[in-house]
Design a protein around this ligand. Structure first.
Ligand code: PLP
Length: 408
């Protein structure tokens, strides 16, 4: 990408600080069709096409011109009501002063950055975490620090040590802790209830806010759900972010945030876009009203469970014993860790040649870790393709482990 020297002066300070590196290399066309373990997409048959078509007709008939105006009509309004009702069912009392509807949850996260972050502000994240959020925090010039995860979620002791060290050194603490407590992207790991409580205690003690990203929270197919951080929060320190992308369709671009009134109000001020997808809100509001939602969610969970099971069976059968992987109880992803001598970046081109495409682990950390890891997204392919994809990955890994190939 070329840029004339004088045009650099047009860039904001934030844009100047940010390089133009990206993950585009991994999105280039594949030499052979690859089983897509890189998509964090719902499986293609999961979209309720007929119900959406019917809802679109009904919403336009019911609301007429209002459905297409800046204000939106009654069906769009019913979407907001549904979001608030669902939040209350999950023990997060809310009303219009503490709820904002956004263009996907990504916009909610961006608005929170807009309102809170100055260049150099610290943001704590789980290590590893969602790369879309990492991109946003970097765009805002934040100093992003990752705290390790284990099978119970973020390691709160490590987090407390860091916070204490900053406080002792007289350094500013973080403004924000970004967490994906249910089925973290990319590992599928969830935070235990005890850890949630401990993180809330730290937020109170050190005065930071928690951004709870719950994109996958409704997709638990095994085990007991923990209360959300927002439900456990007694000090109004959590902003809970949700999305229709994984339970309906990402193309509707609808998400929301439920949080402290002072924050939601500021987010509204910074959201200068003429309203959130009024037509989409109307169609989704009407579709969700017409659908048997519990039945749909159960059906989705069963679909993801089948895929997760296929992935775990194939990993057990195919992967060398030196590899380990997470055992998600919901969501879209699992995390494969190879021996430290192997580098995912080196193996990826061979995997693509073999016809499988996971994402390399390094991009999910802000600090260069995760080089011997892959994110496997089992959400999109059919179970037989998942088994085939893992077999292909294992073939490449074994080749490198038996020493027939050098690793670097
Ligand atoms: C953890 C997490 N948060 C947020 C998003 C963005 O979702 P949306 O489509 O609602 O913007 C994703 C998408 O993959 C995600 O994995």
């Amino acid at each position: 990408m070329r840029m004339k020297a004088e045009d650099r002066d047009l860039l904001s300070l934030r844009a100047k600080r940010r390089g133009v590196e990206g993950v585009l290399g991994q999105l280039s066309p594949d030499p052979v069709p690859a089983i897509p373990f890189h998509y964090g997409y719902p499986f293609p048959d999961s979209y309720p096409l007929e119900a959406m078509a019917q809802a679109a007709q009904d919403a336009l008939r019911l609301d007429g011109a209002d459905a297409l105006g800046y204000k939106g009509g009654s069906c769009a309004e019913s979407f907001s009501e549904q979001v608030m009702a669902r939040s209350r069912e999950r023990d997060m009392p809310t009303d219009p002063t503490t709820t904002i509807i956004t263009s996907g949850s990504a916009q909610a996260i961006q608005l929170i950055c807009n309102v809170l972050l100055d260049i150099g502000d610290k943001v704590l994240v789980e290590g590893p975490t969602y790369m879309g959020a990492l991109t946003l925090f970097r765009n805002y010039g934040a100093d992003v620090v990752a705290v390790d995860l284990d099978e119970d979620g973020v390691r709160v002791e490590a987090m407390a040590e860091r916070l204490e060290a900053w406080a002792k050194a007289g350094k500013a603490g973080p403004k924000l802790f970004y967490a994906i407590p249910n089925f973290n992207n990319p590992t599928g790991v969830s935070m235990s209830t005890a850890r949630r409580q401990a993180v809330l205690d730290l937020a109170r003690q050190y005065g930071f806010l928690i951004l709870e990203d719950d994109a996958y929270g409704e997709l638990r197919f095994e085990g007991e759900a923990s209360p959300t951080l927002r439900a456990l929060d007694t000090a109004d320190r959590v902003v809970h972010v949700g999305s229709m992308s994984k339970i309906l369709a990402p193309g509707v671009r609808l998400g929301w945030a439920v949080g402290p009134e002072w924050l939601i109000r500021r987010m509204e001020i910074h959201k200068a876009d003429g309203g959130t997808n009024q037509l989409s809100r109307a169609v989704v509001g009407e579709c969700w009203r017409q659908l048997d939602v519990p039945k749909r969610l159960d059906w989705l969970r069963a679909g993801y469970r089948r895929r997760r099971d296929a992935a775990l069976e194939a990993l057990d059968a195919e992967m060398p014993s030196k590899c380990t992987w997470s055992h998600p109880l919901g969501g879209y992803f699992l995390w494969l860790t190879l021996p430290e001598t192997l580098r995912a970046e080196t193996l990826l081109p061979e995997m693509i040649q073999e016809g499988v495409k996971p994402l390399t682990g390094g991009q999910f950390f802000p600090d260069g870790r995760g080089q011997n890891c892959f994110r496997i997204s089992y959400s999109y392919p059919e179970p037989d393709d998942i088994r085939a994809g893992i077999r292909r990955m294992a073939r490449v890994i074994k080749r490198h482990l038996t020493g027939r190939k050098t690793c670097e």
